[in-house]
Design a protein. Structure first.
Length: 328
């Protein structure tokens, strides 16, 4: 199979040499974008990197560089509705998905791409935030990885207890009233790193990294995404609830969460990892939501532990569940 070349903004990605981006289509013909960076030296496998909501290929150039130095190729997705992938809603700045399980179509397309490109096996998973929700579902559906790492996984959304019932009702009711594309309360069309100051931001304690992300969006505003739609919120809450009722997959797992995490539901992370027999939870002292975008010392430790985890579980993947869904 051949894949058409897509833009890769190397001037802001800061990834390793030899990277490329390609267009690919999900089974429902939504056009997606994937970025691929090779390993440096002897290949030890390929990391399938599942980004969070609002994110895009170039954001993980530095992570790909660090993984490449440890022998791992990296494949990063632009999920439907973000990055340079097809935007699902007429308001291109609204983070929107019709059904949360539609992301599994994107996962299937990514695995097909990795195989078509002959990326080195075994495969591993790094999944951040919303990507952690997508990744957990994908593991249940047979994602062929030997080990997984989650960072600030969205296995629940941080909503105060008094407001949570209203969030459910608002998300459900908006769809019935044809208002599902409306921004969730408290969110706006602007990208977070553009709309909010560095001081007390919820992503990173690194001013250099925060300004790096601002530079990416400032130079290429087509990568930007604002707040989630009410439909996205309702679909995300439903998916998190469904996943919470499922057992942990039989895949070696390492999960990181910042000690100052304020975006996802931390108790849900602790609960999940207590129920993951071959899993370990690491709390990153002083870290915010994006531990892979943190100050150098924190990020280096996360990368080192991640690569050690992959090296310890480098046997070929076994069948962890049903065949990966193509969702025709």
């Amino acid at each position: 199979m051949t894949y058409a070349a897509a833009p890769l903004y190397t001037d802001v990605a800061d990834g390793p040499e030899g990277g490329e981006a390609v267009w690919l289509n999900a089974s429902d013909d939504v056009r997606l974008r994937a970025g691929i960076w090779p390993s440096q030296g002897a290949a030890r496998g390929t990391v399938l990197l599942f980004p969070g909501r609002t994110e895009y290929v170039e954001k993980y150039g530095r992570t790909a560089r660090e993984l490449g130095q440890n022998g791992y190729a990296t494949l990063v997705m632009d999920w439907r509705g973000q990055g340079l992938a097809d935007r699902i809603h007429p308001d291109a700045l609204a983070g929107h998905v019709d059904r949360f399980t539609d992301y599994q179509r994107d996962v299937a397309a990514a695995v097909d791409l990795a195989r078509a490109k002959g990326l080195p096996e075994p495969y591993f998973l790094i999944a951040h935030s919303m990507g952690g929700c997508i990744g957990l579902r994908a593991l249940h559906e047979g994602l062929p990885v030997s080990a997984c790492v989650f960072t600030g996984p969205m296995w629940g959304i941080h909503i105060s207890a008094p407001v949570r019932p209203a969030a459910w009702v608002l998300g459900w009711g908006s769809g019935k009233l044809g208002l599902g594309g409306t921004y969730a309360p408290g969110t706006k069309p602007e990208a977070y790193v553009i709309a909010e100051p560095f001081e007390d931001n919820q992503l990173t304690t690194s001013p250099e990294m925060f300004h790096h992300l601002q530079k990416q969006i400032g130079r290429y505003p087509e990568l930007a995404l604002g707040g989630p739609s009410l439909t996205w919120l309702h679909e995300a809450l439903k998916e998190c609830r469904a996943l919470s009722r499922m057992p942990s997959p039989d895949v070696p797992c390492l999960t990181f969460v910042g000690s100052n995490e304020r975006i996802v539901d931390v108790p849900r992370i602790h609960d999940r990892m207590k129920r993951w027999p071959n899993g370990r939870l690491e709390v990153v002292d002083g870290g915010e939501h994006e531990v892979l975008m943190e100050i150098n010392t924190l990020r280096a430790d996360v990368i080192a532990q991640t690569c050690a985890h992959f090296a310890a579980h480098s046997e070929p993947a076994t069948d962890h569940g049903a065949p990966l869904a193509r969702q025709a």
